[in-house]
Design a binder for this molecule. Structure first.
Ligand code: UGA
Length: 417
C-alpha cells in the first residue's frame, strides 16, 4: 500500500485481516512510527483493532520508504491523496510522484492498482509515469465511507476492477474472493467514471432531499413522512434520504467539482451537477438564515453543536458545520462550538469547548450541525439555563422538538415546521 490515509490504511488492515501479507508505506515518518506501535491516528470504527491484529500476526507492517514496500509485492496499491486544484480539476502530482518512485523497485509480473479517486485517463498516466511496459496497471476505485470504512471494505456492495487484460483483472478479483462480494470487471475508463458517477449521484440525491425539505417548509408538509414514503419505492430506495445542513467531507465536494471539470474538458457542460453544488451552498445559507430569523446575529453568541462533517468521524474537511460557522462569523456572530471527536479547528475565531453545555454558555441560539447521538440525550434544562435566549436550529432533525417547545424554546428543523 502506498499511502496510509483513510483508504490505504483501511485497505491494508483489511487485506491483512483476510490473510494477505501487507506492507504499508507512507512518507510521514511520525505517522509510520505511530502505526508501527498500533497507534491509529484517525477515528475509524474497528480500524485500530485490525491494525493491532495485523501487527501481532506479522501480516501487516509499516515502512517509510516505498521501495521497501514494493520489492516483494505481487500487488502495489496506490492510495495517495488526489486533492482539488484551484480550477476544480484533480491534482495528480502525488500519484505521478508515487508511480515514478516505485517504478524501479517493482518486480516483473506485479500489478499496480489505482485505488485513489482519479479522473479518466489516470491508469494510462500511471503507466506512463512508471515507464515499465512489463507491469499492468488497473483501476480499482474505493467506495468506503468514513466511520464505516472497515465494514464497507469487508462487506462491499460491489468491487469494481477496470483492466485492459481480463487475466490481470481476475488476479485482482481473487484478492477479494473470500468476502463473496459481487465483482464487476470493466475497462479502466469505465471504472474511473463509476467512482465519480456514484459520488455525483449520491450528492445529487442529497441536494434533492435538502431542496424537497425546503419545499416541505414552504407548503407545510413534513419532510420525514415525505421521504419515508418516497424511500419505500424500490426505485428510489430508503438510504441516503436524510436531510441536513448540506453535504460535505473530503470526497463529495472534491469529486462533484472534478466530474464537472472532467466533463467540461471533454466538451460537455454538466449543468445538472452545477445545480447540485449551488443547492448545497444555498443549504448552508438556509441554516444561517434560520438562525438569523430567530435572533440578530451581529454581536450574538451562537452555540454550534458538531464540527465533524458527519457523526462517527473526527474529520472536519469541507464540513458543513464549518461552512455554517464561517457564514455566522461573517454576520458578526460569535461561535462557541463543541464536538465529541474534534478538539481544534483551523478557524481561530471559533471557540471550541469540551462540553455541550459550555458551548451554550451565553448563547442566543443553538445550531446542531452534526448528528452525534449524544446530542439526542442533552439535558434541555441545563441548555436552557446556559443560554441567554431560547432558540434552536436543528439542522439534523435530531432533537426532541416537543420537549424544546414545552420549555419555551423556538424550534426550527429542516423540512418540518
Ligand atoms: C462518500 C461516499 O458515501 C462513499 O461511498 C465514498 O467511497 C467516499 O465518499 C469516497 O469517495 O471516498 P463519505 O465522504 O465518508 O463517503 O461520507 P458520506 O457518508 O457519504 O456523507 C457525505 C455527506 O453527506 C456528509 O456531510 C453527511 O452528513 C451527508 N449526508 C449523508 C446527509 O446529509 N444525509 C444522508 O442521508 C447521508
Amino acid at each position: 500500500m502506498i499511502g496510509t490515509g483513510y483508504v490505504g490504511l483501511t485497505t491494508g488492515a483489511c487485506f491483512a485481516h483476510l490473510g494477505h501479507d501487507v506492507v504499508c508505506a507512507d512518507i510521514d515518518v511520525d505517522k509510520v512510527r505511530r502505526l508501527q506501535k498500533g497507534d491509529v491516528p484517525i477515528h475509524e470504527a474497528g480500524l485500530e483493532e485490525l491494525v493491532r491484529e495485523g501487527l501481532e500476526s506479522g501480516r501487516l507492517s509499516f515502512v517509510v520508504d516505498s521501495a521497501d514496500a514494493v520489492g516483494d509485492a505481487d500487488f502495489v496499491y496506490l492510495c495517495v491523496p488526489t486533492p482539488q486544484s484551484g480550477d476544480g480539476s484533480v491534482d495528480l502530482k502525488h500519484l505521478k510522484a508515487a508511480a515514478a518512485e516505485i517504478s524501479a523497485h517493482i518486480r516483473h509480473g506485479a500489478i499496480v492498482v489505482n485505488k485513489s479517486t482519479v479522473p479518466v485517463g489516470s491508469t494510462l498516466l500511471v503507466e506512463e509515469a512508471m515507464n515499465r511496459p512489463d507491469i499492468a496497471v488497473v483501476s480499482n476505485p474505493e467506495f468506503l465511507r468514513e466511520g464505516t470504512a472497515v465494514t464497507d471494505f469487508l462487506s462491499p456492495d460491489r468491487v469494481v476492477i477496470g483492466a485492459d487484460d481480463p487475466a490481470v483483472a481476475d488476479r485482482v478479483a481473487d484478492l477479494h474472493r473470500s468476502i463473496g462480494a459481487p465483482v464487476m470487471i470493466t475497462d479502466p475508463a469505465s471504472a474511473e467514471t463509476i467512482k465519480y458517477a456514484a459520488n455525483a449521484f449520491l450528492a445529487t440525491k442529497l441536494s434533492f432531499v435538502n431542496t424537497i425539505a425546503a419545499v416541505c417548509e414552504a407548503v407545510g408538509a413534513d419532510v420525514g413522512d415525505v421521504l419515508a414514503a418516497m424511500g419505500l419505492d424500490k426505485r428510489i430506495g430508503g438510504e441516503f434520504l436524510v436531510p441536513g445542513p448540506g453535504w460535505g467531507g473530503s470526497c463529495f465536494p472534491k469529486d462533484t467539482r472534478a466530474i464537472i471539470s472532467m466533463a467540461e474538458d471533454a466538451g460537455y457542460d454538466f449543468s445538472l451537477m452545477r445545480g447540485v453544488l449551488k443547492a448545497n451552498d444555498e443549504q448552508f445559507k438556509r441554516v444561517v438564515n434560520k438562525a438569523a430569523s430567530a435572533v440578530s446575529l451581529n454581536g450574538s453568541t451562537v452555540a454550534l453543536l458538531g464540527l465533524a462533517f458527519k457523526a462517527g468521524t473526527d474529520d472536519t474537511r469541507n464540513s458543513p458545520a464549518l461552512e455554517i460557522a464561517g457564514l455566522l462569523l461573517a454576520e458578526g456572530a460569535k461561535v462557541r462550538a463543541y464536538d465529541p471527536a474534534v478538539a481544534t479547528v483551523d478557524i481561530d475565531e471559533i471557540v471550541v469547548v469540551d462540553d455541550p453545555y459550555a458551548a451554550c454558555e451565553g448563547a442566543a441560539v443553538l445550531v446542531v450541525a452534526t448528528e452525534w447521538d449524544e446530542f439526542r440525550l442533552l439535558d434541555l434544562d441545563k441548555i436552557s439555563e446556559a443560554m441567554v435566549s431560547r432558540h434552536v436550529v436543528d439542522a439534523r432533525n435530531i432533537l426532541d422538538r416537543e420537549a424544546l417547545l414545552s420549555r419555551g424554546f423556538t424550534y426550527q428543523g429542516i423540512g418540518r415546521n
